[in-house]
Design a protein around this ligand. Structure first.
Ligand code: NFK
Length: 375
């Protein structure tokens, strides 16, 4: 870690997270949050080159009132999860805060519910990344570039591939220089954030970057309602999704340009032989929301077909209630899925504990089992 890393990290204070907004409210501090920490040290960091970090409060009552020390990150027991938001590489209304509901739920589960049961989830911390976005001139409230030709365009909203993945890698590398997300960790992403999560495990030399940021790769990926085959969708949108072809075409060209070969090289259902790049890979979780009207289940099918032919990675399929964005807006199901995957990062002690109430529809089909580590 450089002095500059240290001072940017320290420039954002920890804010306490209390469980006041959860159902079992007690006002206790359940964790600590740093919002929008710049991850490009120096004077050139753009507004979207930032990340959020959440740390669970430590066990004892007195300790949990004290914010973590900056130097504590590498010492935190347990594993990390990193989240990449969606929004079709362009939506200014979707950012790192889209993990807030799930983070709050996770903090509440790991600090309150699970210790009561005598178990602990080995979770050290969580991060949610922002990254530069591509232009969105037709956005109804916040177009970029602005419709007023006199207004200055936001440089954080003029990105084109490989800028998005470069930022994601830069953010993870920054967190890792601070001592977070080292060793086995979970990388999760929603929608185009899932596409980016897969790109993050591919070799960065694929993107033709001059100085590709080097990261330690995750060992588990969790893709939620992900875009895995853009060229396939645009060429043959499945039944019921035909009306979205223009929108897909528009955001794909804004993010990747007009060359279909570039789209294919960036998507995990079509990029050549990428599982060879991911020797750290242990397993994949693919999540599909039942009422997703924006991303069809065919995207998962295309990825599974590719993986059957090109890898022997175990794939776990999971479901979620609601539409495309409900899973992160509500956060409950996303929290469970993240914890299930975090519990799988270390398989040394595999003890299964039920987390959901018995009347939850997912309980019956056994989707809620967590692998936990004894305290
Ligand atoms: N709200 C987005 C739409 C969007 O996010 C989206 C639409 C169709 C398929 C996937 C999408 N998002 C993936 O990140 C937009 O306004 O462009």
């Amino acid at each position: 870690m450089t002095d500059q890393d240290w001072s940017t990290w320290a420039s954002v204070p920890w804010a306490p997270v209390t469980d006041s907004s959860t159902a079992t409210s007690s006002g206790n501090i359940i964790g600590w949050h740093k919002q929008r920490v710049p991850y490009v040290p120096g004077d050139h960091c753009l507004s979207l080159q930032t990340l959020d970090v959440w740390i669970p409060a430590s066990g004892s009552e007195t300790d949990s009132q004290i914010p973590p020390q900056t130097s504590d990150l590498p010492k935190l027991p347990g594993r990390w999860l990193v989240f990449i938001h969606g929004g079709a590489w362009r939506d200014p209304k979707v950012d790192s805060s889209s993990f807030s509901a799930a983070a709050l739920k996770i903090l509440s589960i790991v600090t309150t519910r699970i210790p009561k049961s005598g178990w602990t989830v080995p979770l050290a911390g969580m991060a949610s990344l922002n990254y530069r976005l591509s232009p969105y001139p037709t956005h109804p409230e916040d177009p970029s570039p602005p419709s007023d030709p006199g207004a200055t365009p936001d440089p954080a909203r003029q990105a084109k591939h490989p800028d998005h993945i470069q930022d994601v890698l830069t953010g993870i590398a920054f967190l890792q220089r601070l001592g977070g997300a080292l060793g086995s960790y979970l990388l999760a992403g929603h929608s185009c954030g899932a596409t980016l999560a897969f790109q993050a495990v591919m070799n960065p030399t694929r993107w033709g970057l001059e100085n590709p940021p080097v990261i330690a790769k995750p060992s588990i990926l969790l893709g939620v309602n992900g875009l895995y085959d853009l060229a396939g969708f645009i060429a043959h949108p499945p039944r019921g999704y035909e009306h979205l072809r223009m929108a897909y075409d528009e955001f794909t060209r804004a993010a990747f340009g007009d060359d279909v070969r570039v789209w294919k090289a960036a998507c995990p259902a079509t990029a050549e032989a990428w599982p060879k790049d991911w020797i750290e890979g242990k397993r994949l979780y693919l999540v599909d929301s039942e009422e997703d009207t924006l991303v069809p289940n065919d995207q998962i099918e295309a990825l599974r077909k590719f993986l059957w032919a090109n890898s022997s990675l175990p794939i776990e399929l999971r479901g979620a209630p609601g539409g495309h964005d409900e899973i992160w807006i509500k956060g409950d199901r996303l929290a469970e899925l993240c914890l299930e995957a975090v519990g799988r990062l270390d398989l040394r002690q595999g003890i299964r504990v039920e987390l959901l109430p018995e009347d939850d529809p997912y309980y019956a089909i056994g989707m809620s089992m967590l692998t936990l580590t004894p305290m």
